[in-house]
Write a protein that binds this ligand. Structure first.
Ligand code: GTR
Length: 345
């Protein structure tokens, strides 16, 4: 039933990962900024006995050379003290805080994970300002145009620099890296995981339009809403061609999910978050699933119907849940995400 819905909406067939990533970057997010020429960091201990002494919290400044300029941004690194190799989250945060309402740090540490996090606006501000931070460096070189990176691509690039730093830490299990974020930062997390094969899992929480949610036939936010009225600077200018013209998109958002394959991806929806359109987020998973067949893996193992509150689908390479409540990255989401990871590592 759901596959037929996708077909009847004219959702484009999957292509190779390379082709999908090229089209998504060219027509939606802009091409990802280049990898840095050199990469250094400085760190200091912020809280020695963080979370009742279970972890150390460091404040780290990452510095990358890009287009001949130097770009730095701060991150937090919360690493459990007990010797071990920890699976970890790279959490793209709305706020420059080591714990916040979307990130229950102690609970995450107690579940056996480390967390590296940064505030997206320390990379470039969330407004139509292409002079601030990383945006300034990029725009001085490539300008602002049809295929140049929008802010989502810049924030995703920054999460990849956090991954560069993660590779230098002995106590992290580099085969179990998850990038995660909520809403606009859920879109960012998917783009980050899609364009960097070092991630084991990309997790998007309530990412909606231009994230996990199929654009064609949405009952929530449209390309016009997101580009015209609200956040044009998140994208490259080519995306504006599809305002009121979703049927002309040469892709749909299931390509973003499928570009993470054969690695894992997780989409979390909330019932009352109709702006993100949970049904279309679910369709994104359905549409991406067949890519895993080529790898002999089970993609989305779920029922062939729209989701209901309480559904948790954790068996396939694509994880999913739909919870009650509104647009929020809550403890229930974290618990389900951590359960999925523990099941598969
Ligand atoms: C909304 C936007 C969504 C989503 C959300 C958020 O206003 O329309 O696409 O990204 O913001 O990031 O909280």
């Amino acid at each position: 039933m759901l596959k037929e819905i996708l077909t009847s909406r004219g959702v484009p067939a999957l292509k190779t990962r390379e082709e999908m990533l090229d089209i998504l970057q060219r027509e939606e997010y802009g091409y990802m900024p280049p990898k840095p020429g050199s990469f250094t960091w400085t760190e200091k201990i912020d809280i020695e006995n963080f979370c009742a002494g279970k972890a150390t919290l460091k404040r780290v400044t990452l510095t990358s050379e890009i287009y001949g300029e130097s770009f730095s941004f701060p991150i937090y690194a919360a690493i459990p003290k007990k010797e071990g190799k920890y699976p970890f989250f790279i959490y793209i945060s709305f706020r420059n805080q080591e714990t916040d309402r979307y990130m229950p740090m102690e609970e995450i540490i107690d579940n056996g994970f480390a967390v590296l996090s940064f505030c997206y606006e320390d990379v470039s501000n969330d407004c139509n300002d292409f002079e601030d931070g990383l945006a300034g460096i990029i725009t001085r070189r490539v300008g602002r145009g049809a295929t140049t990176p929008g802010k989502l691509a810049m924030w995703a690039w920054a999460a990849q620099r956090v991954m560069d730093y993660a590779t230098t830490i002995d106590s992290l299990d580099l085969s179990a890296a998850t990038v995660c974020g909520h809403s606009r930062l859920g879109k960012t997390a998917l783009l980050c995981a899609a364009t960097d094969e070092r991630f084991f899992l990309g997790y998007s929480n309530n990412s909606g339009c231009s994230g996990a949610s199929i654009a064609r036939g949405t009952k929530g936010e449209t390309v016009k809403d997101i580009c015209e009225t609200r956040f044009p600077y998140w994208f490259c200018e080519n995306y504006f061609k599809y305002i009121d013209n979703e049927e002309a998109l040469p892709f749909d958002q299931h390509w973003l999910i499928a570009s993470i394959a054969p690695r894992r991806v997780y989409v979390a929806s909330a019932r009352e978050d109709q702006w993100a359109d949970p049904e279309n987020e679910y369709l994104g998973c359905v549409g991406a699933s067949p890519i895993y067949d080529e790898h002999g893996l089970m993609g989305f193992v779920a029922e062939d119907r729209f989701p209901k509150v309480g559904d948790v689908f954790h068996d396939g390479m694509i994880g999913y849940h739909l919870r009650a409540g509104t647009h929020y990255f809550g403890r229930e989401d974290w618990q389900k995400l951590m359960a999925y990871i523990k099941k598969h590592i």
